[in-house]
Write a protein that binds this ligand. Structure first.
Ligand SMILES: Cc1cc2nc3c(=O)[nH]c(=O)nc-3n(C[C@H](O)[C@H](O)[C@H](O)COP(=O)(O)OP(=O)(O)OC[C@H]3O[C@@H](n4cnc5c(N)ncnc54)[C@H](O)[C@@H]3O)c2cc1C
Length: 390
C-alpha cells in the first residue's frame, strides 16, 4: 500500500528520510520553507560518524559518493593554550575513516540528488486526527492532507506542537560565528595554525574553535557563557570595561562593534589566536538552545518528529548524524509497513528506538558543553583525552 507521506523540512533528517524512502520505491512529498536550496549559507563542516551518519548514507546508497567527497584528514584536532602553546596535536591515521568531514552544502547536494523538493512551502501548523488524515497548513494559506507527517523542521519546529508542548530553552552558552576565505593564500600563518582539521582554545568560561572547510574556507566559533541578553549591556553582563569606541549596548549587526567586543572578551589570548577574530568577515550570533534531555511524547497517530525537532542538543558533533540515521531508519520501517495499522506500529517502534538513543546522546552532549565552556579550562582538555583515540 502506498501511504501518503510528507516530510516537513529539507535538512539532513528530512532529505535522508526522503532518499531512503525513494530507494524503496515509496513516494514522499518533501516540503521545505526555504525558497531555494542555496537561499541561505549552508553552514560549516560536519563530521559523519561510521555508525551514525555514514550508516544512514549507506542505507541511502550514497556511501561511495560521500567517501569521494569527504575529507578524512579533516578529523585532525589541535588544542592550544590561551598563550598559543600546543597542548594536543592529534592526526588521523591515513586509513582512518571513522569521522571524515564534509561541507554541509556538499552533503545537502548529495542528499538532494534526484529528489523533487517543494521549495518555499513553509508549514505553519499540523492538525492530526481529521476525517481524511493529518491536515497541514501552509504559510500561503493552502492546506493538504497526508497519512503520515514527519516533522524534520529543526529547532523551532512547527510540527512539534502537534505531539508535544516542549520548547527549546537557552543553555547559558552563546556562539558567535565568523569565517575566513582563501586562508592558505591570504592568511598562511593561520592556515598552519589550524592545520587540516580543527583547532580549539579553551579559557575560563569561553573558547574559540576554528574548523577548516573545503576550498580554504575556515569557520570560527567564539563561545562563551553569558546571559541571553549579554549584548544589551557589555559592562553589566560581560564585565567588559568600556573602551574607546565601545558602547554599553552592542548592535549585533555592526561587524566592527562585534569584532571589538569579542577582542575585548578574549583579551590577553595569544595574538595569532585573536587574528581569527581580527580577520573574520561577518559575525553571526548563535545562542545555543536545547530541548529537555530525554524529550519524549505520547504517541500521536499520523505525526512524528526527527532530528533537532525531536531532540535539539548542544552542537558537539552528533546532531546531524542522529538526524540522518533516524531519517534512514524511519524510512525503512515505513516502507516495510503494508497497511495503515502497520504504519502506526512502525512509527511507534521507531520512536521508542529514537528516544532511547537520542536520550543517551543528549546526556553526553549536555555534560560535554558544561565541561568545554567551563570555569576550569582543564576540563575541556580532560574531555578531549577521554574521547580521542590515542
Ligand atoms: C554551530 C553548529 C555546529 C554543528 N556541528 C555539527 C557537527 O559537526 N556534526 C553534527 O552531527 N551536528 C552538528 N551540528 C548540529 C546539526 O547542525 C543539527 O543537529 C542538524 O542540522 C539537524 O538536522 P535537522 O534536519 O533535524 O534540522 P535542520 O538542519 O535545522 O533542518 C531543518 C530544515 O527544516 C526547514 N524548516 C524549518 N521550519 C520549517 C517550516 N515551518 N516549514 C518547512 N520547512 C521548515 C529549514 O529551512 C531546514 O531546511 C551543529 C550545529 C551547530 C549550530
Amino acid at each position: 500500500m502506498r501511504h501518503r507521506i510528507a516530510v516537513i523540512g529539507g535538512g539532513p533528517a528530512g532529505l535522508t528520510f526522503a532518499r531512503v524512502l525513494r530507494r524503496h520505491d515509496h513516494p514522499v512529498t518533501v516540503l521545505e520553507r526555504d525558497p531555494a536550496p542555496d537561499a541561505r549559507p549552508p553552514g560549516g563542516t560536519l563530521d559523519l560518524h561510521e555508525n551514525l551518519g555514514q550508516l544512514a548514507l549507506s542505507k541511502a546508497g550514497l556511501l561511495a559518493e560521500f567517501q569521494a567527497l569527504s575529507r578524512p584528514e579533516g578529523q585532525a584536532m589541535r588544542i592550544l593554550d590561551v598563550d598559543g602553546t600546543v597542548l594536543r596535536d592529534w592526526e588521523p591515521r591515513p586509513d582512518d575513516r571513522a569521522n571524515p568531514e564534509i561541507d554541509r552544502g556538499q552533503l545537502r547536494d548529495l542528499l538532494l540528488g534526484p529528489l523533487d523538493v517543494q521549495w518555499g512551502r513553509g508549514v505553519t501548523e499540523v492538525v492530526p486526527g481529521t476525517r481524511d488524515g493529518v491536515l497541514v497548513h501552509f504559510a500561503d494559506g493552502r492546506q493538504e492532507t497526508f497519512d503520515l507527517v514527519v516533522g524534520a523542521d529543526g529547532a523551532w519546529s512547527r510540527v512539534r506542537p502537534a505531539v508535544s508542548p516542549a520548547t527549546p530553552h537557552y543553555t547559558g552558552v552563546t556562539m558567535v560565528e565568523t569565517s575566513l576565505d582563501d586562508v592558505d593564500i591570504r592568511h598562511p600563518d593561520l592556515a598552519r595554525l589550524i592545520g587540516d582539521g580543527a583547532m580549539a582554545v579553551y579559557g575560563v568560561n569561553r573558547g574559540l574553535v576554528a574548523q577548516r572547510n573545503s576550498g580554504g574556507h575556515i569557520k570560527v566559533y567564539a563561545q562563551f557563557r553569558a546571559p541571553l541578553d549579554w549584548h544589551t549591556n557589555l559592562d553589566r553582563h560581560m564585565g567588559l570595561n568600556r573602551r574607546a569606541g565601545m558602547d554599553a549596548g552592542l548592535d549585533l549587526a555592526d561587524v566592527e562593534a562585534v569584532r571589538s567586543s569579542l577582542l575585548a572578551l578574549f583579551d590577553g589570548w595569544a595574538a595569532p589566536i585573536l587574528d581569527l577574530l581580527r580577520h573574520g568577515t561577518a559575525f553571526v550570533h548563535r545562542p545555543l538552545y536545547v530541548l529537555p534531555v530525554s524529550h519524549t511524547w505520547a504517541h500521536v497517530p499520523g505525526v512524528t518528529l526527527l532530528g533537532d525537532a525531536a531532540h535539539l542538543m548542544p552542537p558537539l558533533g552528533v546532531g546531524a548524524n542522529l538526524a540522518m540515521l533516524e531519517g534512514a531508519e524511519l524510512a525503512e520501517s515505513v516502507a516495510a509497513a503494508p497497511g495503515p495499522g502497520d504504519l502506526d506500529e512502525a512509527v511507534r517502534a521507531f520512536e521508542e528506538q529514537m528516544w532511547a538513543r537520542a536520550g543517551r546522546w543528549a546526556k553526553i552532549t549536555t555534560a560535554g558543553l558544561e565541561r568545554l565552556v567551563s570555569p576550569d579550562p582543564a576540563e575541556a582538555l580532560a574531555l578531549f583525552d577521554e574521547i580521542q583515540p590515542s
